[in-house]
Design a protein. Structure first.
Length: 127
């Protein structure tokens, strides 16, 4: 499995066998606070472009769009988080079990344009 990469809008992606597993970062979860609702705007088989919304998440503080870190075709969505009682699980594990979508990647080189862990931590420290 490759290294986790990050967007400036606090999404992450990990590429394995041409499929990017994507979600939101711990920083995003911490900033949002208690999550109340997650709405996917895509279904399996749909294409999304890098930077386009694939969903939105509501919290007690704000509503935030979830943006695709890379372009690709939706292979799967994590339906677990469509249940409100499951959303707190994202707080403790936004990586691994907390993935939101899996995308069959059009251009794996797009991940190289995303931030690595050190760059992402520096980006968060600036905010």
């Amino acid at each position: 499995m490759s290294e986790r990469r990050y967007t400036k809008t606090h999404e992450w992606a990990v590429l394995a066998d041409g499929v990017a597993t994507c979600g939101i970062t711990q920083h995003a979860v911490d900033e949002l606070g208690d999550l109340t609702f997650l709405d996917y705007r895509v279904e399996a088989g749909e294409a999304v472009a890098q930077g386009d919304p694939f969903g939105e998440v509501d919290s007690v503080k704000a509503t935030s769009e979830l943006l695709a870190p890379v372009s690709g075709t939706v292979e799967a969505i994590n339906e677990r988080f469509q249940r409100e009682d499951e959303l707190p699980a994202l707080r403790g594990s936004p990586y691994d079990e907390g993935w939101l979508v899996k995308l069959k990647v059009d251009d794996p080189a797009q991940l190289e344009g995303l931030m690595d862990e050190a760059a992402y931590q520096a980006h968060c420290a600036e905010a």
